[in-house]
Design a protein around this ligand. Structure first.
Ligand code: SF4
Length: 234
């Protein structure tokens, strides 16, 4: 990707940030202090997607600034990275009151911002943190305990990416065993970043066209054309 392309994508990301800052598309704008767009490298290869801002994030307008954020920083350092190398955001950009679960209508209103962020940042690896982000971005309702640590391939923001489901750092803070599993899963990120990007997946239209061709009767071999009464058939 050329520097000009990266600069243009960054500019669009800034415009999106301004839009999110004054968004009123769902009722959460009435109770938030600040919208939390996300932060980090606008051209990052590695992106993290959490659930929603908490109290401290809501106050500061920044993602993962509390204890869960500190753990995330620690785990990044252990694999030779820092916050400046990655982009971190959430599915919801405004805090649900009392940290209650995001509602389906709120996710539906907010998710276009997330997909636009992925399209503009062009990450190679997207790590989903916890159940909400994982279920939304994989399109699968299997719980995080069963899918964490195993990379998947998905098309996000119009491009194929490696998707790695991870436990949410807040869950890791509550349970030492979960923290160790999260640490082990983090250790697999550098190898995933080094892997070639998955091949673009065929669109639904392409799959349908291919299936239609397979279902068609094969044309008769050329030497049978005469037999079927072609121009020279007689
Ligand atoms: S949660 Fe998303 S859709 Fe709802 S007000 Fe905040 S930015 Fe807008």
């Amino acid at each position: 990707m050329s520097a000009t392309d990266a600069a243009a994508r960054r500019e669009e990301l800034v415009a999106l940030y301004k839009e999110v800052s004054k968004c009123t598309k769902c009722p959460l704008h009435e109770t938030r202090t600040k919208a939390v767009f996300g932060a980090g490298n606008a051209d990052a290869d590695l992106m993290f997607v959490g659930e929603a801002p908490g109290a401290e994030e809501d106050r500061q307008g920044l993602p993962f600034v509390g204890r869960a954020g500190q753990l995330l920083n620690e785990l990044l350092v252990e694999i030779g990275l820092s916050r400046e190398d990655v982009f971190i955001c959430n599915v919801l950009k405004s805090r649900p009151p009392n940290n209650r679960d995001p509602q389906p209508t709120e996710i539906a209103a907010c998710e276009p911002y997330l997909f636009e962020q992925v399209r503009l940042i062009e990450p190679r690896v997207v790590c989903t943190l916890g159940n909400f982000a994982t279920k939304l971005l994989t399109g699968n309702q299997t719980g995080i305990t069963r899918v964490r640590g195993t990379p998947q391939t998905h098309e996000l923001g119009g491009r194929p990416v490696h998707l790695l489901p991870l436990f949410h750092p807040a869950a890791a803070l509550r349970t030492p065993a979960v923290k160790e599993q999260l640490r082990g899963d983090f250790a697999t990120i550098p190898a995933l970043l080094a892997q070639a990007l998955p091949e673009p997946m065929p669109s639904a239209a392409e799959i349908a066209a291919e299936t239609a061709v397979e279902d068609e009767e094969p044309p008769p071999p050329a030497d049978q054309l005469g037999f079927f009464g072609g121009p020279d058939g007689g």
